[in-house]
Design a protein around this ligand. Structure first.
Ligand code: G3P
Ligand code: CA
Length: 252
């Protein structure tokens, strides 16, 4: 049920820190998540994908090329190879030595430092791969602080099947003919559309709320867009600039 994630009238929007704080530190790494935590964000959004040996790692792209000093598809590299990469130097020299996080490391950090995790199952993943993610979440004891999202419906169905307790959000970047029917079929807690779907579909938030589904929109980074989403009644905003959105929230 998405009602517990909906905002009460007059309450501020929930702040989701997209890939941590990617304007301050290398995205999807410990320093980025730490900066997001310090910014006062309610949730940290990170992406998860398996290495060749099936270990869930935190990374957005299908290849390691943009965000590390290595080359190739994350799926083709072992966890030992990934552990040897530098995931910070590309961003700024002072972040040299930053490592690619495993999901296990991410969850351990969450447990010791606090915070909640919006975990995106990136790209369609197999049942076995999703089982590994779910196991990591369970063993970490962090199940009540993790929310799973994906663009891939089958990945969400598998997650629901393996972990009925985890809240699920469907990411959307195309209009849905019947978003309420989709939400019912997938038993969604939230629908997480691209910002433009909210501005082009004025009744979308109301329809989802009536169906008991929360709405989190991504990834506007400026006050003009935050105002529009706020007025549209979204429950949460997934942003690259969580520190600014937290400050903006205090004034609105
Ligand atoms: O959380 C929404 C957003 O993360 C989806 O797009 O490509 O940044 O993972 P992407
Ligand atoms: Ca993401």
């Amino acid at each position: 049920d998405g009602r517990r994630y909906m905002r009460a009238p007059g309450a501020r929007v929930t702040v989701f820190a997209h890939r941590g704080a990617p304007t301050l530190a290398p995205e999807n790494t410990l320093p980025s998540d730490e900066a997001a935590r310090r910014s006062g964000a309610d949730w940290i959004e990170n992406d998860v994908q398996p290495s060749r040996d099936g270990v869930p790692h935190i990374m957005h792209d299908e290849t390691v090329d943009r965000t590390t000093d290595g080359h190739g598809r994350i799926r083709d590299l072992t966890s030992a190879q990934l552990a040897g990469l530098d995931a910070g130097k590309w961003f700024r020299p002072e972040f040299s030595g930053t490592r690619v996080m495993t999901l296990r490391g991410q969850l351990a950090d969450l447990r010791s430092r606090g915070g909640r995790l919006l975990l995106e199952i990136k790209n369609p993943q197999t049942r076995e791969e999703i089982a590994r993610i779910v196991d990591e979440v369970r063993h970490s004891g962090m199940s009540d602080r993790v929310f799973v999202q994906s663009f891939d419906r089958e990945s969400l169905r598998i997650t629901r099947d393996l972990a009925p307790d985890l809240p699920l959000g469907l990411l959307g970047d195309e209009p849905e003919a019947d978003p309420v029917a989709v939400a019912r079929e997938l038993r969604l807690t939230s629908y997480n559309p691209s910002y433009y779907l909210i501005t082009t579909h004025p009744d979308l938030v109301r329809r989802m709320h009536e169906a008991g589904v929360a709405v989190f929109a991504w990834t506007p980074d400026n006050p003009h867009d935050w105002s529009k989403l706020n007025e549209a009644g979204v429950d949460g905003i997934i942003t690259n600039r969580s520190a600014d959105l937290v400050a903006w929230n205090r004034q609105h």
